[in-house]
Write a protein that binds this ligand. Structure first.
Ligand SMILES: [Zn+2]
Length: 414
């Protein structure tokens, strides 16, 4: 395959080459399961799904890890966001994350996002996180302040490389944020909080407490992908601080790059406005499914512009996606009927595939190879269907096979 990907690290298009030939190993920052997930999050899970489908289409073996964050993420007031959300529902933190994780999986299946190889839960990997922190401590990269353990970022000269900004600029972004006592540097990374009042706390060499969010992905990618891997994905909001912090810690541990390619989805607007709580326009996949939108239409709308670009997601995006999905579904039905119903002489052409199939295949592959251009790949298929006369279809079995093959990437039928 001649795949070229825009790497956030460096900001350029680069030819893709996997570390192990024929195998692609990926880590995707997954959901914090404290509430129904918004469509911007699903946009990044769809990018992960698209990558996986493209690699499988090209015949590669794929290992996909997507973490489930269920502990350790703090808000600007230093409160655990899962516990805060739980306190509003009357559920315990554990009950809430278990419920929301089930909903996440149901929603992603509705959007035809295939099962990753592993969905490690942070709570079930605290021992691995403690091992990472102990390892960093042994290497002299941590310090203790008021019972908490921090990673000292001043020994990470490449901090800021992924965001394309020097550490001082990033520090300015955090100015005014509440700081725990004794933390030396705004950018230093929370590794362990000593806190026996936290709803869930574990024993550790530094006292009972809970791990910091940024150490979770480091420990889980280390466990399931064993060192460097090919692709790391997330939303643009994950670049800093989360991914910068992952890079700093894992490079301190191994001296090697964590991932070779970093891919991020762009921001999502709703009818021109940023999707935020303040704008009261946060849309969740669950809301849309409950309102009767089909998962395949939500999927097509979220993939309707290139993953790095700003996506304006509102009624108009859904209205544009719906007829596209319907065209694929109707053509699929038509071909199924043509292959199972009474023989129709104009469709019974045997031999090599009809020319339109090969032309579409070429355009389809070229679009995906060019930085995963899903909208152009879908357009290649829709454009071909739109121009087809019944006598051009050729052997309907071959046409059906081609459509289902393309859909292994598009994910509209399944
Ligand atoms: Zn992560």
């Amino acid at each position: 395959m001649a795949l070229v990907l825009t790497n956030t690290l460096g900001g350029r298009k680069e030819p893709f080459e996997s570390l192990v030939p024929g195998e692609v190993r990926m880590y995707h920052c997954g959901p914090t399961v404290k509430e129904h997930l918004n469509v911007a999050k699903f946009r990044s899970y769809l990018l992960a799904d698209l990558l996986r489908r493209c690699f499988e289409y090209a015949g590669c073996r794929v290992v996909q890890v997507m973490n489930i964050t269920d502990v350790g993420q703090l808000n600007e007031f230093e409160e655990d966001i899962v516990e805060i959300a739980a306190s509003r529902t009357g559920l315990s933190a554990v009950e809430l994350v278990e419920k929301e994780e089930r909903i996440f999986h149901a929603d992603r299946r509705a959007l035809h996002i295939r099962d990753a190889t592993h969905y490690p839960r942070a709570r079930e990997h605290v021992a691995e996180m403690i091992a990472v922190i102990a390892d960093l401590e042994k290497r002299g990269r941590t310090y203790e302040a008021a019972g908490n353990i921090y990673f000292d970022i001043r020994k990470s000269p490449r901090f800021g490389e992924l965001a394309g900004k020097p550490a001082e600029d990033l520090e300015r972004l955090l100015a005014g944020k509440k700081q725990p006592p004794g933390k030396r540097h705004l950018l230093d990374i929370d590794l362990w909080r000593r806190d026996v009042l936290h709803q869930t706390h574990w024993p550790s060499p530094w006292g009972r407490g809970f791990p910091g969010w940024h150490v979770e992905c480091v420990a889980m990618s280390r466990k399931y992908l064993e060192g460097s891997f090919d692709i790391h994905t997330g939303t643009c909001e994950n670049v800093f601080p989360h991914h910068e912090c992952e890079i700093a810690q894992s490079e301190a541990l191994t001296g090697k790059p964590l991932a070779r390619y970093w891919l991020h989805t762009g921001p999502v607007l709703v009818d021109g406005l940023p999707m935020t709580r303040d704008n009261r326009n946060v849309m969740t996949a669950r809301q849309m499914l409950d309102a009767g939108f089909r998962g395949s239409v939500i999927r097509a709308a979220l993939l309707s512009v290139h993953h790095r670009e700003v996506l304006d997601f509102g009624e108009a995006a859904m209205d544009r996606a719906r007829p596209r999905v319907n065209t694929i579904l109707a053509f699929h039905e038509h071909l199924k009927e043509a292959t199972t119903g009474a023989p129709r002489p104009e469709l019974r052409r045997k031999g090599s595939p009809a020319p339109w199939i090969e032309e579409t295949e070429t355009r389809f592959r070229a679009a995906l190879d060019d930085d995963l251009d899903y909208p152009r790949a879908l357009e290649a298929v829709l454009g071909a269907i739109g121009k087809l006369e019944p006598e051009d279809i050729g052997d309907p079995r071959q046409a059906l096979e081609a459509l289902e093959r393309w859909d292994r990437v598009l994910g509209i039928l399944a």
